[in-house]
Design a protein around this ligand. Structure first.
Ligand SMILES: NC(=O)c1ccc(NCc2ccccc2N2CCOCC2)nc1
Length: 245
């Protein structure tokens, strides 16, 4: 999967290639990252990428031309990629949206700065507009990195062997179950007995019940969203477990 990022601050993305799941995926070629700086596409001696807003008001606006040229270069390098703009006005992303994003061959991500971007660029050059949450950040770089992290970790081989364990415990749409490790007792707090039993069926059931219980308590809205087929899958899984015991 390929990510091309249009950003005035390419250095910020070094963090992705330094350590962790994304860095490993990049070094293994499971994912690719290429950065495009609009300043490299800005004409004239001053290479302007922003200017004052028509109609007055505070701050500056990112200019059309350098962005359009940078996007055109990225599209030429990644013809199968669509262009997505990270903005507070975008479609709110959730895990389902991330699953869809991770299924595509690549994305060109546009990270805005200043007060925003000339509207005509959005009309002409953007395919999708996404928000990572209802809050305002000083730039689109962090949202771009959030999307890349969430998508890349889903790619085959990115999480290595631990993914299968991860998938078992995480029914999509539920909160996580509690996790414990050594020692067995901390300050009088003990590890639930079932986790020490070695009975994998009972452990799987306990974890599912914990995930359901926590979702019910903390995020009942997620349970409401779980479609009938997911509930059936849950039911089937429990039945299978009972038969297996
Ligand atoms: N929720 C999100 O996904 C999100 C994404 C980006 C973002 N900021 C970059 C930005 C992008 C577009 C328009 C304005 C701005 N801003 C520029 C700086 O000034 C504030 C407005 N903030 C939050």
């Amino acid at each position: 999967m390929r990510f091309d990022v249009i950003t005035l601050f390419p250095e910020q993305f070094r963090i992705l290639s330094r350590e962790g799941v994304v860095a490993r995926a990049l070094s293994r070629g499971i994912a690719e990252l290429r950065l495009w700086n609009p300043r490299d596409f800005a004409p004239g001696p001053h290479r302007r990428v922003d200017d004052r807003p028509y109609g007055g008001g505070p701050g500056m606006v990112m200019l059309f031309e350098p962005l359009a040229a940078a996007i055109a270069a990225a599209r030429a390098a990644s013809p199968k990629s669509q262009v997505a703009y990270l903005s507070p006005q975008g479609t709110r992303l959730d895990q389902d949206a991330i699953n869809d994003i991770a299924a595509k061959p690549g994305w060109i991500l546009l990270a805005g700065r200043y007060e925003g971007i000339d509207e005509r660029l959005l009309e002409r050059c953007i395919d999708q507009e996404w928000s990572i949450g209802d809050y305002v950040l000083s730039g689109g770089e962090l949202p771009a990195m959030v999307v890349m992290d969430a998508a890349i970790r889903l790619l085959p081989g990115a999480l290595g062997h631990e993914r299968s364990a991860y998938e078992d415990s995480h029914m999509s749409g539920l909160l996580d179950c509690p996790h414990f490790s050594r020692p067995e007792e901390i300050d009088g707090l003990r590890v639930p007995k079932v986790l020490l039993s070695g009975d994998h069926g009972a452990i799987a059931r306990w974890r599912r019940q914990q995930a359901l219980g926590r979702t019910w308590l903390k995020r009942p809205d997620l349970l409401a969203k779980m479609t009938l087929d997911q509930a059936t899958t849950l039911d089937q899984a429990t039945t299978l477990d009972q038969e297996a015991r």
